[in-house]
Design a protein around this ligand. Structure first.
Ligand code: TYD
Length: 213
């Protein structure tokens, strides 16, 4: 049976990741692999309700972290684990690295507590810690990201944070990459959209060619 693959896409707000996820989906579909496109927080009806709360309502930092993990638990149980068990390719717009980056780096919430929640929520029935097989990190200077966001839509609770918040979020991503370098691929998101797209396609296809199926 074909092994499921789990790929997450990360970066600060304004890094431009969402536009490239469709292209990755097309690559896998062309290779004959069923694709599940999903996002966090969200991905199930309950998790999407939690998304509305965490993106718009002010709340305590622990409450925020717990809601992120509550939404993630539902998403894992209802969507991600069944898809991986079927052998699908799961493409997830943000996953747990975002919690370490935003709640840990950005909000300054305790990194070890997040690690405990991670292991509680992401331990599979087989006892392994579920992590993405590959994480594509769109890395961008927060100043450039802020300029890109300024011309976009009405900001949510996170998007309206100041530049130093995003500098801390970026540092959070860098710390996660240092902790787990083998699954991270850093993309220079300051390049043109075309160049970023080409880099993403290259990273994903070369990783896939090295991955046992
Ligand atoms: P985002 O993924 O950027 O979606 P959209 O493109 O629709 O704005 O929005 C999700 C926001 O939630 C983003 O600002 C990051 C934040 N977030 C966290 O703070 N912690 C998390 O664990 C996750 C998954 C997201």
């Amino acid at each position: 049976m074909t092994r499921g693959l789990f790929i997450s896409f990360e970066g600060i707000d304004g890094a431009g990741k969402s536009t490239h996820i469709e292209r990755v989906a097309a690559l896998f579909r062309q290779a004959g692999r069923p694709v599940v496109l999903t996002r966090e927080p969200g991905g199930t009806p309950l998790s999407e309700k939690l998304r509305e709360l965490v993106l718009h309502d002010p709340m305590d930092a622990l409450t925020e972290a717990l809601l992120m993990f509550a939404a993630r638990r539902e998403h894992l149980v209802q969507v991600i684990e069944p898809a991986l068990a079927r052998g699908d390719v799961v493409l997830c717009d943000r996953f747990t690295d975002a919690t370490f980056a935003y709640q840990g780096g950005g909000r300054g919430f305790d990194w070890q507590v997040l690690a405990q929640l991670e292991s509680m929520v992401q331990t599979t029935a087989q006892g392994a810690l579920r992590q993405p097989d590959l994480t594509v990190w769109f890395d961008l200077d927060p100043q450039i990201a802020a300029e890109r966001l300024a011309s976009a839509r009405v900001p949510d609770k996170f998007e309206s944070q100041p530049a130093d918040f995003f500098a801390a979020v970026r540092a959070g991503y860098a710390r996660r990459q240092e902790e787990m370098p083998s699954r991270f691929a850093r993309i220079d998101a300051a390049q043109s959209r075309e160049a970023v797209g080409d880099d993403v396609a290259l990273v994903v296809t070369s990783w896939y060619s090295r991955t046992p199926t």
